[in-house]
Design a protein around this ligand. Structure first.
Ligand code: AMO
Length: 426
């Protein structure tokens, strides 16, 4: 027997036709004269009416087993579905062994760790699989929107010979007797690529050896990186605002999430994302009793306070230069500051970006200031002598964006097989 239809393809036009469907057994309800078999595939449920005199073996089936079956489509008496199948033939059965580690119907709740240990089964819960359908929609829209703005999708190496951004958070490994690292970001490559390709983006996993055990940090996370010649950080903020709004609209249109009561989404769609400068944030935090010093990084508690004062997405721009990596440009009017921004939702940082320093001698100085050896960056710096135009870009944490757009409290919910300091399996 071969499957002829998915659940979503069964409709009243097929009434009286025999179709073959395949899926897993979500429920078996035996009321004596009839057995109601509920089959599901990723596109939805199918109710199958079984005559137990004809198919008594249905009573012995275990829930969550996969099955192929054939039946005639008829009008359903159930309110929630228009059509159902009258079972005519049973095809192959792929048995599930009970007890299962979790109950994917969602009737019995399991802790996230238990669910992640049985992720493939967990995905049979439609509230879980929905998150990945939304993620796929978001990726499609991000690609389309950036392509429309003349960005070219690129793929840069994830095995690298030297630190791309410096810092101690690199995973190091043996590479044919030499040291190699997993890329923490495509920063240097994306900057080099704009020399010829003008506008590039990359959607890829990056790796950070940070022992943070929080709901927003992973050791492997996906980032949407963009970089563009002759644009500045204001242009990049505009581009990313456009991308995020398109993603929200796409999720809305899919009907998978109801945003009608979601204040932050509605506010963000109606107005421009707020733009606050770092300096104004410090003033505002002081006025609200937070203990902050001009020049210091904003703590979690300060960001939470700002999140209460500014619901919706908000940019924080013009950070002190010393808080930013070596490739960020100093502010022309106030060199203590930089042409940089973060996009926040509440306390959660979603994007970080800025206009880039494109004077190689200044980059060398900044590298030294940050304790990095400029000679380790010679492959990168030489490109700046080949007619590098001014440029700007940013990195958007895709998992974090998905977390906030799906209302998930933990980034692990929106990542299929999350990696953190305590989890590298399955
Ligand atoms: P940054 O280090 O801020 O910037 O990273 C960009 C965005 O990636 C997300 N992110 C993470 N998500 C989950 N787990 C993590 N451990 C994690 N670390 C970062 C965040 C963050 O805003 N090269 C620059 C970007 C640029 O300037 O173009 C960079 O990597 O959402």
């Amino acid at each position: 027997m071969k499957r002829t239809h998915l659940a979503k393809e069964l409709n009243e036009n097929l009434l009286g036709h025999t179709v073959n469907v395949g899926g897993w057994i979500e429920d078996i309800r035996d009321i004596g004269k009839i057995i109601f078999l509920l089959i599901k595939d990723i596109t939805g449920p199918i109710q199958v009416i079984v005559d137990p005199k004809e198919f008594p073996q249905i009573r012995d089936l275990q829930r969550q087993s996969s099955i192929l079956l054939s039946g005639k489509l008829q009008k359903s008496k159930a309110k929630e579905m228009k059509v159902e199948l009258k079972l005519e033939e049973i095809g192959d059965i792929y048995h599930s062994s009970h007890p299962l580690p979790i109950d994917p119907t969602g009737r019995l709740e399991s802790a996230i760790d238990k669910r992640l240990d049985a992720r493939a089964l967990d995905l049979r819960n439609e509230n879980v699989s929905k998150l990945f359908v939304i993620r796929s929609i978001a990726l499609e829209i991000i690609r389309k929107t950036l392509r429309e703005m003349s960005f070219l999708e690129v793929n840069t190496p994830k095995i690298i010979g030297s630190a791309s951004e410096g810092g101690a958070n690199l995973f190091e490994f043996d590479y044919f007797k030499n040291k190699a690292y997993l890329a923490q970001s495509p920063q240097l490559y994306k900057e080099q690529l704009i020399l010829a390709l003008d506008r590039v983006f990359e959607i890829a996993p990056y790796f950070r050896a940070e022992k943070s055990n929080t709901v927003r940090h992973l050791t492997e996370f996906y980032s949407v990186d963009i970089e563009a010649a002759f644009l500045d950080y204001y242009d990049i903020m505009e581009i990313m605002e456009r991308v995020i709004k398109k993603v929200i609209q796409g999720i809305k249109d899919s009907g998978l999430i109801d945003y009608t009561k979601n204040e932050f989404v509605n506010k963000s769609m109606k107005t421009n994302f707020e733009r606050l400068t770092y300096s104004s944030c410090i003033e505002e935090l002081k006025e609200n009793g937070e203990c902050v010093e001009y020049g210091d990084d904003l703590s979690d508690s300060s960001l939470r306070k700002l999140g209460q004062l500014h619901t919706g997405f908000y940019f924080i721009t013009d950070w002190p230069l010393k808080l930013k990596p070596f490739y960020i440009l100093e502010n022309e009017k106030d060199p203590f500051l930089s042409d940089s921004f973060d996009l926040q939702i509440g306390y959660l940082e979603l994007i970080s970006g800025g206009t880039r320093q494109h004077d190689p001698s200044k980059i060398r100085n900044r590298l030294s200031e940050q304790g990095l050896n400029p000679s380790m960056f010679s492959d990168h710096l030489k490109v700046f002598d080949w007619g590098m135009p001014p440029h700007a870009g940013c990195g958007l944490g895709l998992d974090r964006l998905m977390m906030c757009l799906t209302g998930s409290m933990n980034v692990r919910e929106v990542v299929l097989y999350p990696r953190d300091p305590y989890r590298i399996n399955p």
